[in-house]
Unconditional design. Structure first.
Length: 240
């Protein structure tokens, strides 16, 4: 579903954010993307979406990510941004949710059906007609996730999906992620959430892929995590 081969990217000052990154994510696979601040997680997400164009090759569902294919690629990918304010741009939650499906050719009736289903799935139907500027940080995060779910993409990229959420909504989002049944790549510092939702983990450090394996193995490897400025998930730290 998602494939990277030899992906490297340097900013103008010559500092590499990604160095020779290669991996493959199969259809339906749930993969966590972890690493300390500055490891390259957000840069990799931007590259997958075609917001930047690195060296190497990136394919999404068999389509090469390049300028001429961006519309095709972005129909396949849903992206939950780290900052929900950058994602919610219409006056109300519902208008935001209808924009994407209708922009892709669905009728308003079809788009409303998908939006209502996403709101019910997340348990936030009460936010439907709320104005975005009046939402709390956690409410905006939930609304942003609902907006992506309403578009029913083939794969979902999430950047810190549980940030700013209270414990109840955090658990609700975890349950939704686990039940999606579609390709997921989730970048987060919330390693307990990654352990709960992902079967596999990619560990970036200094722009390089330093580990790729089963989530249960990597997230229990205290020496590996600490060598890359991370710590055991809290649930494991308490038990181990």
């Amino acid at each position: 579903m998602i494939e990277c081969k030899g992906v490297s990217y340097a900013y103008e000052e010559g500092r590499y954010a990604l160095r020779d990154v290669s991996f493959h994510i199969a259809p339906g696979e749930a993969v966590g993307l972890i690493g300390a601040n500055g490891a390259g997680k957000s840069t990799l997400m931007k590259a997958l979406l075609g917001l930047i164009f690195p060296e190497g090759k990136i394919n999404v569902d068999g389509v090469r990510v390049e300028k001429r294919t961006l519309t095709q690629v972005r129909r396949k990918l849903g992206y939950v941004l780290q900052n929900s304010d950058n994602q919610m741009f219409m006056p109300t939650v519902y208008e935001d949710m209808l924009f994407g499906p209708m922009n892709y050719g669905l009728s308003r009736e079809e788009a409303e059906a998908k939006a209502d289903a996403a709101l019910e799935q997340l348990g936030i139907a009460e936010l439907k007609h709320r104005h975005n500027h009046r939402l709390s940080g956690g409410e905006k995060r939930m609304a942003a996730i609902a907006t992506i779910l309403a578009m029913e993409p083939a794969a979902v990229l999430m950047d810190e999906p549980t940030s700013a959420l209270d414990p109840c909504n955090r658990r609700r989002v975890i349950d939704v992620i686990r039940g999606m049944g579609k390709t997921r790549l989730i970048a987060s510092h919330d390693l307990d959430m990654i352990l709960d939702t992902c079967d596999r983990v990619l560990l970036l450090s200094g722009g390089r892929m330093v580990a790729d394996g089963a989530a249960g193995e990597i997230l229990r490897d205290r020496a590996l995590l600490e060598a890359n400025r991370l710590e055991l998930p809290l649930s494991l730290g308490i038990r181990e």
